[in-house]
Design a protein around this ligand. Structure first.
Ligand SMILES: NC(=O)c1ccc[n+]([C@@H]2O[C@H](COP(=O)([O-])OP(=O)(O)OC[C@H]3O[C@@H](n4cnc5c(N)ncnc54)[C@H](OP(=O)(O)O)[C@@H]3O)[C@@H](O)[C@H]2O)c1
Length: 283
């Protein structure tokens, strides 16, 4: 069976390819759909089939899906462009006769207050209308989102954010990747909607405690109101619309938008999620 992974050179995509191989899919049955094949040289060296297609290129996407049975559609990273890009991917998969798509959506995509979810909600709707059997991998936050500036956080002794006392049921990227691999390598997932989150449901303050234990020095949570948080994101170079959407997401944590107790991730991967302490060590 041939399984394509879009965004296969991204952080999550690489881990999905890895999880597929670990779970026994021969590398030659995996098609890495990438926009820059140079970035996929290591995958090609391991026997993974590498095909070039930008999410904006309908013709290349259809060619990339030739002979493919199942697709892991990893949502794109160009916020604002993604609905059109995802629609291209779904249409190309349909034209190529793909039999199943697993799409990486966001927790509670149809009802969440997060602005970031609008493109995911719309993509889910396009997928449902396409007639292609599908499963929704509604991923919660990655713990890695909080670790981009780990050294700085430890130095300042503070984790800043707008999430207040909201719980975050995040998980390691590798756990979400493993769940995606399970969904495309086992049966019974057609029409499934998985709300995926980790075992440790932590507030920002509890996460700061984990960082403190790891660093061996005090690290506390510092609440920053949404507007100020947006300013911080802009000051480190994010474009204003992206900063706005990320600050909105962070504030939505306070409303419980990134919490789940579904247990779906654990059921799929057959184990507990990776402890935050381990994710910190890796970072
Ligand atoms: N759950 C969360 O906490 C969270 C956090 C951040 C993002 N996300 C979402 O989850 C996705 C995967 O996360 P990630 O950490 O793997 O992000 P990432 O490392 O930025 O990967 C995004 C992937 O999409 C590819 N891509 C983007 N635009 C494309 C285009 N126009 N044509 C072809 N490929 C394109 C990128 O290609 P290149 O390798 O060539 O750049 C990359 O492989 C993200 O794209 C985003 O939608 C989720």
């Amino acid at each position: 069976m041939s399984i394509a992974v879009t965004g296969a050179t991204g952080n999550l995509g690489q881990l999905v390819v890895e999880a597929l191989i670990t779970r026994g899919t021969p590398a030659s049955d995996i098609v890495a759909v990438v926009r820059n094949p140079e970035k996929a040289a290591d995958l090609a060296a391991r026997g993974v089939v590498v095909r070039k297609a930008d999410y904006t290129d309908a013709t290349a996407l259809e060619a990339a899906f030739a002979g493919v049975d199942k697709v892991v559609l990893i949502s794109g990273s160009e916020v604002g462009q993604r609905l059109a890009q995802h629609t291209n991917i779904i249409n190309a998969a349909k034209a190529a006769g793909v039999g199943f798509i697993a799409y990486t959506s966001i927790l509670d995509a149809q009802d969440t207050p997060m602005k970031l979810a609008a493109e995911h909600k719309a993509t889910e709707d396009v997928l449902a209308a396409s007639g292609i059997p599908f499963a929704l991998l509604r991923n919660g936050w990655y713990w890695e989102n909080f670790l981009n500036d780990l050294a700085g956080v430890i130095e300042r002794g503070a984790v800043a954010g707008a999430g207040a006392d909201g719980k975050i049921a995040a998980a390691a990227r590798a756990d979400y990747a493993d769940a995606a691999a399970v969904v495309v390598t086992t049966d019974g997932h057609e029409g499934a909607v998985y709300e995926l989150g980790g075992d440790e449901r932590l507030t920002y303050a509890q996460f700061a405690e984990k960082v403190s234990e790891f660093a061996g020095k005090p690290v506390v949570y510092q609440f920053v109101p949404e507007e100020a948080y947006k300013g911080i994101l802009e000051s480190v170079g994010l474009p204003a619309p992206v900063a706005e959407i990320l600050a909105d997401s962070d504030a939505a944590i306070a409303k419980g938008a990134l919490d789940t107790e579904s247990g779906d991730l654990q059921k799929l991967i057959g184990r507990a999620s990776t402890p935050v302490a381990e994710v910190l060590k890796k970072a």
